[in-house]
Design a protein around this ligand. Structure first.
Ligand SMILES: *Cc1c(COP(=O)(O)O)cnc(C)c1O
Ligand SMILES: [Zn+2]
Length: 446
């Protein structure tokens, strides 16, 4: 039965191989060929990869069954949580062109302690830290790197707060394309720097922040012949759409009330909106969940813009959540579109709220890096203000792995973080190697 439907799926794929996806400007709708290696329209607008979705109308049951059946297949393309949805990701690529590590397929957790802390609120955490390099960036990278390879890219490059760097370095190794990554000296978590070095990328630490690094990448790409793999590359966002579809598939396509996600460069915010627009257009869903985007208070231009009628804001960013330490988000216009389409909200939380939320989430035994826990902190805030109702259902995204940033975690529990308190610290204890001392430590803990 399953084998049959998977085979039918292959049939389906073949019939639709010659699809005609395009690049399309989100501002003026001008279309360009997919092969056009541009990041912006001539008018300056951001580009979408758009697909012909009309071939899927009326075939919702078929699509849902196909996506589900592939989970039990043995081929890499079917097993990937991205390429399982390939008809809606990038049908132009042949299966043998996919550079995949079975990314995605991340787990969905109900965390008891976190739920208690949220007053018994029913939330499912989708843990994107369970991707091959420890963040959701792999979902976008398998698509953008496969496309870069097809386009015969000479070098791939990114500016990064760390996780994009790790994903670029890893997938560039798979693609066998030289990678250059630009990170901010002093503001990149240790685990991420370690990955970039280990996977063999040319790792450039610049004296400046992420926004400065991205500006340099965009300015130098033409002269140096670089293929940019930041989320301004629209192929990245096609892969990141699958976070939404995977979660919906897990929920049997029963739409939650809210989807909560941290916002930095706003790639996910943009991709989530597009995923929902496409799902609605095809008929995979009939209702649209609301997006809640959570920024760090020290890096909250989008939250400020939301509060000020979408006035475009740029700030100098500062937060312990280095993955969202971004003052000039490149995907602003696409993210606004997502918030409008989903009747979404944008808010911000302080570093203290992020780190306290992280202590709670971590105590459930899986944990995540600081930026990821902005979603838990934001959920707490939106429940407190009453915008999210106790009886509603939410999916919250944990974007990166706990071990990405050990310094933040150990610093919190040791009470040594600059300008932050550690009310929920699990302090390490140092003892002499005696039975008495051990017994005393145990007595204090219980
Ligand atoms: C990249 C990243 C973010 C920010 O995501 P955007 O799509 O740029 O908004 C958040 N958390 C983690 C762990 C990240 O790596
Ligand atoms: Zn345009």
């Amino acid at each position: 039965m399953l084998v049959r439907s998977v085979l039918e799926g292959r049939e389906l794929l073949k019939r639709n191989m010659n699809s005609n996806s395009q690049l399309q400007c989100i501002a003026c709708q001008h279309e360009y060929s997919l092969d056009d290696q541009r990041l912006n329209c001539d008018c300056g607008g951001l580009l979408d990869v758009v697909h012909d979705l009309s071939i899927w109308s009326g075939r919702v049951a078929e699509l849902k069954e196909l996506f589900r059946a592939r989970r039990n297949s043995d081929t890499p393309a079917d097993r990937s949580g991205i390429w399982r949805f390939r008809e809606l990701v990038l049908p132009e690529l042949r299966e043998d062109e996919l550079l995949t590590r079975c990314e995605g397929n991340t787990r969905h957790y109900r965390f008891a302690k976190t739920s208690d802390w949220l007053g018994g609120f029913d939330v499912i955490f989708k843990h994107e830290g369970e991707n091959p390099t420890g963040s959701f960036k792999d979902r976008g990278m398998t698509v953008a790197m496969s496309w870069a390879k097809r386009q015969k890219a000479k070098y791939v490059v990114c500016a990064s707060t760390g996780n994009t760097a790790a994903a670029v370095a890893s997938y560039a190794s798979l693609a066998d394309i030289p990678a250059i990554i630009l990170i901010s000296e002093g503001n990149t978590a240790l685990g991420k720097v370690a990955q970039s070095l280990a996977y063999g990328a040319l790792t450039v630490k610049i004296r400046g922040d992420f926004d400065t690094a991205l500006k340099l990448v965009l300015e130098s790409r033409e002269q140096l012949g670089l293929t940019v793999l930041n989320s301004v590359n629209p192929f990245r966002l096609e892969g990141q759409k699958t976070i939404i579809w995977e979660a919906l598939d897990f929920l049997n396509w029963e739409v939650p009330d809210w989807i909560v996600v941290p916002g930095g460069n706003l790639g996910n915010t943009s991709a989530f909106g597009k995923a929902l627009m496409e799902a609605k257009e095809i008929g995979l869903i009939s209702k649209v969940p609301r997006l809640a985007v959570i920024q760090a208070a020290g890096a909250a231009p989008f939250a400020q813009g939301f509060a000020a009628g979408w006035q475009h804001e740029i700030v100098t960013a500062d937060t312990i959540a280095t993955a969202i330490r971004i003052g000039n988000p490149v995907n602003w216009d696409k993210a606004v579109r997502s918030i409008k389409f989903t009747n979404g909200v944008v808010t911000s939380v302080t570093d203290q709220e992020i780190m306290d939320a992280k202590a709670i989430v971590d105590s459930d035994g899986v944990g995540a890096e600081p930026a990821s826990c902005a979603s838990a902190a934001g959920l707490k805030k939106l429940l407190t203000t009453g915008l999210i109702k106790p009886e509603e259902r939410a999916v919250a995204i944990l974007t990166g792995h706990l071990l990405k940033d050990p310094a933040a975690t150990v610093g919190y529990h040791s009470g040594t973080l600059d300008k932050l308190e550690s009310p929920l610290a699990n302090q390490p204890v140092v003892i002499d190697p005696t039975l008495e001392a051990l017994a005393l430590a145990l007595a204090k803990k219980s």
